[in-house]
Design a binder for this molecule. Structure first.
Ligand code: SF4
Ligand code: SF4
Length: 243
């Protein structure tokens, strides 16, 4: 049986606000570190700076830190959770000694999964170049995040990408779903931050003005400052065209 008309989809990774959860956990750690190693008031804030969704080059830093390996899907593949991760960081006012991978599991190898990488085959728009880079102007997720609007490209979603949009309000995961490193259970990721249902009423979302739309998603993965009402509305329209 098909999905009821007018409903638009939120991908599983956006049905909780994992960024908010990560910041919450790091703040807790910062308080512990502060108690153990000092730094008061302003000094504490400066010493234990939390970076999440920030302009720092998160992926290269995560790889250099030994958290994972670069994947041909353009993401960091970790031994514990494949590429089903978000990256958040905290600065420390002291140096740490290096250690091995967190879990001690063998480091993930990208590309050993099949002669033709499943992630590349699974991408509906052919956005993965095969060398770990993404042709973002072909990537559904880039447009769903408003990447083109922020970059001021002004060209909108190209017809060949719009044709593959499906019923997505937010989140394309085809390349991740195809990756063998992303199978198996995830532990330690549960959160009740920013809960969103899998399906939302697209018509209702289109009836909301900018302020109400922002209020509707406040605290959720779709409530990020960089995700404009214009971007969300465009995704809803594209998703409804799929009916
Ligand atoms: S997010 Fe979607 S469109 Fe973008 S590279 Fe992955 S499968 Fe392709
Ligand atoms: S599907 Fe294969 S090639 Fe693609 S990211 Fe996963 S391991 Fe790498």
């Amino acid at each position: 049986m098909g999905q009821p008309r007018g409903l638009v989809e939120v991908a599983p990774f956006a049905r909780r606000n994992y960024y908010r959860e990560a910041v919450k956990r790091l703040r807790k750690l910062a308080r512990k570190f502060h108690l153990a190693w000092g730094g008061a008031g302003e000094a504490q804030r400066r010493s234990y700076r939390i970076l999440c969704n920030s302009p720092v080059p998160e992926k290269p830093l995560a790889i250099a830190s030994g958290l994972g390996a670069p994947g041909r899907n353009g993401l960091v593949i970790t031994p514990e959770a494949g590429s089903r991760v978000i990256i958040a960081a905290m600065t420390l006012p002291f140096a740490l000694e290096g250690d091995g991978p967190l879990s001690g599991k063998p480091f993930p190898l990208c590309g050993g999964c099949s002669p033709v990488a499943p992630c590349i085959r699974a991408c509906p728009t052919g956005a993965l170049r095969g060398d770990g880079s993404i042709a973002r102007e072909r990537c559904i997720q880039w447009y769903a995040s408003g990447g083109d609007i922020q970059a001021g490209s002004g060209r909108g979603v190209p017809p060949e990408v719009a044709a593959k949009w499906g019923r997505r309000l937010y989140g394309c995961t085809c390349c991740q779903d195809a990756c063998p490193h992303n199978r198996g259970p995830l532990s330690g990721a549960a959160t009740e931050e920013g809960v969103l249902p899998a399906l939302l009423d697209g018509g209702e979302l289109l009836s909301l003005d900018d302020e109400s739309l922002k209020a509707r998603f406040r605290g959720t993965a779709l409530g990020m400052a960089w995700l404009s009402a214009e971007t969300i509305r465009r995704s809803v329209r594209l998703a409804l065209r799929g009916y």
